[in-house]
Write a new protein. Structure first.
Length: 502
């Protein structure tokens, strides 16, 4: 099949524009695969792995736009390049207020909104530090969505924020809730009495979505970015956020969500929690407290949400392996009837969800029996959209798994909310269907297991997303931890007694 490619020199376009270009190309008759990427080293690797690299694309630099089309015929490939021109020149409708120009700089925005106290920044990583510094110097709290910001720059931004008594949420801060307003990838959740401090976006999304399902809401969800609790950064923003929530009258209980903090940061975290008069639940996945009397530490995101709700309502709580063991047994009977063989491959869009899955799987099946990949990590998002925005990169890997003889179970997450792809289940379900069919043609069985993070208020329609996955044969479990345990049961039937009591 012919591949046609074009490189536009010094032609930067943001990830949302490139996602629309790639989606438009893939929808054309006769087009089998397409890519619209900036010419970064990571994207050259992606082009090569997808079979889209050509002599022209290999010469592209990080500032160059690369378009590549794999089609069934030369005419279909040519039609793809014509479509590129249409999409790139298409003028998107922009909402405007009559009589008021849309601001193009921070200064002009502040002239229109002089009372603003927070700036949301999402620009390529090489420009993010400059913009965040400008916002902080204007006295604005910062929500820094941008990734690929250096550790030294993050430390410098935190130092400037602390000097000015401001929060710098990020870099690589995927989600936050401030006074009921969701920032970044945010699920639609009610206002309420639980405050959250989160070093991760999807971890925060999982907890607040579960809170909503349990009938509770969020006062504030302060994101701090994935490196805040590292030894180098020292938890500066986490400690500031805890202090802010401790003083907030609308917050009655607090949840801390992160991957494991650096060992020398844990005592600082515990000391801060001791000073808080409100109940604090800590979910630092894979970490344990160094002392005692420093809040209640739990092992999964499920447990964090359920324990804080039980605490607020004065009820008893103990962790559960599965919400509905009867349903799990029925699913196991159905899935095991096809005798899946092979290892577990986790393909995740959420970093904290990926980390949690690995923690659940390791003691159950051993490290040799699974592999979990975080496709939202910086190495996969340089010059291209996050997989929660553009699901096609993961869909391609799901299809590749269908041809891998050593993969018996696919473990997946699906995250909904504002700023997320409008229908992420559709491309994932199509990819799972193709992967399972490819495995069957090779005489193998591939079982797909997933969980969905979302609420009834999310624009993607939670029930529809679940139904779409189930129609493709995906086993959808109530949470990420439960999905990981179910995947373990598929490959290790001897775990039935310990996990299901039978």
């Amino acid at each position: 099949m012919p591949i046609r490619a074009v490189v536009r020199r010094s032609y930067y376009r943001d990830s949302m524009v490139l996602m629309r270009v790639a989606e438009a190309l893939r929808a054309l008759p006769g087009v089998r695969e397409a890519a619209a990427l900036m010419g970064t080293p990571a994207n050259h690797e992606l082009l090569a792995s997808a079979g889209l690299a050509t002599a022209e694309t290999k010469e592209a630099t990080p500032g160059d736009l690369v378009i590549a089309v794999l089609a069934e015929t030369e005419s279909a490939a040519e039609a793809g390049l014509v479509e590129v021109e249409r999409v790139l020149t298409e003028q998107r409708p922009v909402a405007a207020v009559p009589g008021r120009a849309l601001p193009r700089t921070l200064d002009s925005a502040l002239r229109q909104m002089p009372d603003a106290n927070l700036a949301a920044i999402s620009v390529p990583g090489e420009y993010a530090t400059f913009e965040a510094q400008r916002a902080l110097r204007h006295g604005l709290h910062v929500f820094l969505f941008s990734d690929n910001v250096s550790l030294d720059d993050e430390i410098a931004l935190n130092r400037l924020a602390v000097e000015r008594g401001l929060l710098c949420m990020g870099p690589d801060c995927g989600t936050a809730y401030v006074n009921g307003v969701g920032l970044g990838f945010a699920n639609v959740v009610p206002r309420g009495r639980v405050g959250c401090v989160a070093a991760s976006g999807t971890g925060l999304q999982a907890v607040v979505s579960r809170l909503a399902a349990l009938g509770e809401g969020v006062s504030h969800g302060i994101g701090v970015g994935g490196r805040d609790l590292s030894a180098e950064v020292g938890g500066v923003m986490t400690l500031m956020a805890l202090e802010a929530l401790a003083a907030d009258a609308t917050t009655e209980a607090i949840v801390v969500i992160s991957k494991p903090p650096a060992p020398d940061v844990v005592p600082r975290l515990e000391a801060a929690i001791v000073r808080i008069a409100k109940p604090v639940v800590v979910c630092c996945l894979g970490a344990r407290p160094a002392g005692s009397g420093t809040g209640r530490w739990v092992g999964t995101l499920d447990d964090a949400a359920e324990l804080v709700v039980a605490t607020l309502r004065g009820g008893a709580w103990s962790p559960r392996v599965f919400t509905d063991p009867v349903d799990v047994r029925a699913r196991l009977t159905r899935a095991r009837g096809h005798a899946p063989r092979g290892t577990i491959l986790g393909l995740y869009t959420g970093g904290t969800l990926a980390h949690e899955a690995g923690l659940v799987l390791e003691p159950l099946v051993g490290v040799a029996a699974f592999r979990v990949v975080d496709l939202g990590d910086d190495e996969f998002t340089r010059g291209r959209p996050h997989p929660m925005i553009d699901p096609e990169a993961r869909a391609a890997r799901v299809r590749q798994a269908g041809g891998s003889a050593d993969v018996g179970v696919l473990l997946l997450d699906l995250v909904l909310g504002r700023a997320v792809h409008p229908d992420p289940a559709a491309p994932l379900a199509a990819a799972v269907y193709d992967a399972r069919r490819a495995a069957a043609a090779d005489g193998r069985t591939l079982v797909a297991v997933a969980s969905v993070v979302g609420t009834d208020g999310d624009p993607q329609d939670l029930r529809h997303q679940i139904a779409t996955l189930e129609a493709a044969g995906v086993e959808v479990l109530p949470s990420n931890a439960q999905a990981a345990r179910f995947a373990a049961l598929l490959t290790r039937p001897e775990l039935d007694r310990s996990l299901l009591g039978s």
